[in-house]
Design a protein around this ligand. Structure first.
Ligand code: RP5
Length: 182
């Protein structure tokens, strides 16, 4: 069982070159039932040694907590927020309305409408308030997008992303070579 209380990963910023130990990315979700979808985002941040925090903020069940979280995010040192929610998924959009930080929305697949409800709720933001929306259950890509947002201004992180991409390339090349042996 993963600990859901606000937490910093085991290996916060070691070797990453970040000068402070405060989280740079906020990973939030509407319910603990979203955790399986959001954990891949956290694992990506672990992999790139980016300090983050992970917690539950529900737009509907904890509206005051939502306001407090979003309003304090940038002054607490966060640089981007990943927000996942299912159903009538207002969390990412409401957070984006209350902070100037970039917000990445993760539509979580619910039981009745297969996540299309969540996708539409998150992606159809009104003019002026953008949310960068990833695929339904796209937690991993949300993590990678957060890394890219940070990496654009941090050369060694930018280089790490390139190494990651070369790794993906090598995996496919290895599979191609294996297929040629068949
Ligand atoms: C949303 O409602 C949450 O983000 C979750 O995806 C969905 C169901 O929540 P639970 O009833 O499982 O707590 O707010």
């Amino acid at each position: 069982e993963e600990e859901l209380a606000l937490y910093v990963p085991e290996t916060p910023a070691q070797g990453s070159g970040f000068s402070h130990k405060h989280p740079l990315v906020g990973v939030i979700m509407g319910s603990d039932s979203d955790l399986p979808v959001m954990l891949p985002a956290a694992r990506i941040l672990d992999r790139f040694k980016i300090p983050y925090e992970l917690t539950i903020v529900s737009a509907h069940r904890t509206p005051d907590r939502l306001v407090e979280y979003a309003r304090s995010a940038s002054s607490r040192g966060l640089r981007t927020i990943i927000a996942g929610a299912g159903g009538a998924a207002h969390l990412p959009g409401m957070v984006a309305a209350m902070t100037a930080l970039p917000v990445i929305g993760v539509p979580v697949k619910g039981s009745s409408l297969d996540g299309v409800d969540s996708l539409h709720s998150i992606v159809q933001m009104p003019r002026g308030i953008p949310v960068a929306t990833v695929a339904i259950n796209g937690g991993m890509n949300a993590g990678l997008l957060a890394v890219r947002i940070l990496g654009a201004g941090i050369p060694h992180l930018f280089a790490d992303i390139d190494v990651y991409l070369r790794g993906l390339e090598s995996e496919v090349v290895a599979k191609v070579e294996k297929l040629e042996e068949v």
